[in-house]
Design a protein around this ligand. Structure first.
Ligand SMILES: NC(=O)c1ccc[n+]([C@@H]2O[C@H](COP(=O)([O-])OP(=O)(O)OC[C@H]3O[C@@H](n4cnc5c(N)ncnc54)[C@H](OP(=O)(O)O)[C@@H]3O)[C@@H](O)[C@H]2O)c1
Length: 273
C-alpha cells in the first residue's frame, strides 16, 4: 500500500492510538483528516505534524461522532476538501468496566453509541466517498480489542459494543469485496493511552484506573495498525499474546477460556462468581 497522498480519516485522533496513527501515516505522505471532540488537542496534533513532516496537508474536524449533525458535517467537509476518501480508521472509542448486574443501564447504551452506532453510521455516510475514490488500495479499519472476541466478565458493555463491530465489519468485507475496499478488524493489546481514564465505570462515572503493567506505547501500536492495513485481507489482526490466547482458546478449548476469565474476574473485582 502506498500512503503518499492517500486521504485517511482517523476518528479519535486527539490522543492515544489515533494520534500516533496520524503521525505514522503522515510520515509516509498520507493526508490525515483528524476527527475528535477536543479542537485544541486536534490543533496540537496538526501542529506536530506540520513541524515533523513539512508539506503534509492536515485537516482537523472537531466533532462528536455520536451526533448525527456532526457526522454530516464531517462528510460535507471531506467532500469539500478532497471529494474522496481512501482509508477510514474508526478508532474513537471508550471502554466500560463493571459487571452486568452492577452496571447502570446507561453504560451499555453509551458504549454501543460510540463504539458501534457512531462508527457504523459515520461509515455509511462516508462510503460513497470511498467508493468514488480511484485509489487502488482502499480500506475501512475498526480499532477494536481482544475483548470483542469473547465476552469478558467485568467488561460486558465494552465486549458487546466491539463484538457488534466485528460482525458488521465481517459483513462489509464481503459486501465491499467487489468494490475493492478492504475491511480490517484491528485488536490492539494493552496500550498506554487515556482509555482507562476516559472510559466508564459501572455507575456511569469516569473510570480512574492504572495502566496495565504490560501496556505498549501507542507509537508501537500505530506501526502495527499501518502494517495491518498494508497487508489487508486477514480476518482479525491481534498484536499480543493475550489476544492470540483468547482467539485460539475460544475455538479449541472454550471451557478453559471461561475458567481463565472467571479467574480474571475474581482478580479484577475481588468478587466470587
Ligand atoms: N488503550 C488500550 O489498551 C486499548 C486496547 C484495545 C483497544 N483499544 C481501542 O483503541 C481505540 C482508541 O483508544 P485509545 O486507547 O487511544 O484511548 P484514548 O486516548 O482515550 O482515545 C480515544 C479517542 O476517542 C475520541 N473520542 C471519544 N469520544 C468521542 C466522540 N464522541 N466523538 C469523537 N471522538 C471521540 C477521543 O477524543 P476526544 O475526547 O477529543 O473526543 C480520543 O481521541 C478505542 O477504540 C479503544 O477501544 C485501546
Amino acid at each position: 500500500m502506498k500512503w503518499r497522498n492517500k486521504v485517511v480519516l482517523i476518528t479519535g485522533a486527539s490522543s492515544g492510538i489515533g494520534e500516533a496513527t496520524a503521525y505514522e501515516l503522515a510520515e509516509r505522505g498520507a493526508l490525515p483528516v483528524l476527527v475528535a471532540r477536543r479542537a485544541d488537542e486536534l490543533k496540537r496534533v496538526a501542529a506536530e505534524i506540520a513541524t515533523r513532516f513539512p508539506g503534509v496537508q492536515t485537516v482537523c474536524i472537531a466533532a462528536d461522532i455520536t451526533r448525527d449533525a456532526d457526522r454530516r458535517r464531517i462528510q460535507e467537509q471531506l467532500e469539500k476538501e478532497f471529494g474522496r476518501l481512501d482509508v477510514l480508521i474508526n478508532n474513537a472509542g471508550i471502554t466500560a468496566h463493571g459487571r452486568f448486574d452492577e452496571s447502570d443501564p446507561t453504560v451499555l447504551r453509551q458504549a454501543l453509541e460510540l463504539n458501534f452506532f457512531a462508527a457504523a453510521e459515520l461509515t455509511g455516510l462516508l462510503l460513497p466517498l470511498l467508493q468514488y475514490s480511484r485509489d487502488e488500495r482502499r480500506a475501512i479499519a475498526l480499532v477494536s480489542t481482544p475483548s470483542g472476541l469473547y465476552g469478558v466478565p467485568g467488561r460486558f458493555a465494552y465486549s458487546a459494543s466491539k463484538a457488534a463491530g466485528h460482525a458488521w465489519m465481517e459483513t462489509l468485507r464481503c459486501e465491499l469485496h467487489d468494490d475493492g475496499i478492504d475491511a480490517v478488524i484491528f485488536c490492539p493489546g494493552y496500550t498506554r493511552t487515556g482509555l482507562r481514564t476516559s472510559g466508564l465505570a459501572a455507575d456511569g462515572r469516569r473510570l480512574s484506573e492504572e495502566q496495565s503493567k504490560h501496556a505498549r506505547d501507542p507509537e508501537w501500536m500505530a506501526g502495527r495498525l499501518r502494517r495491518a492495513l498494508e497487508k489487508g485481507g486477514r480476518r482479525v489482526v491481534l498484536t499480543g499474546f493475550q489476544g492470540s490466547l483468547v482467539y485460539w482458546l475460544r475455538t479449541l478449548a472454550p471451557g478453559l477460556l471461561e475458567w481463565l476469565m472467571r479467574k480474571k474476574l475474581k482478580g479484577d473485582m475481588k468478587k466470587t462468581l
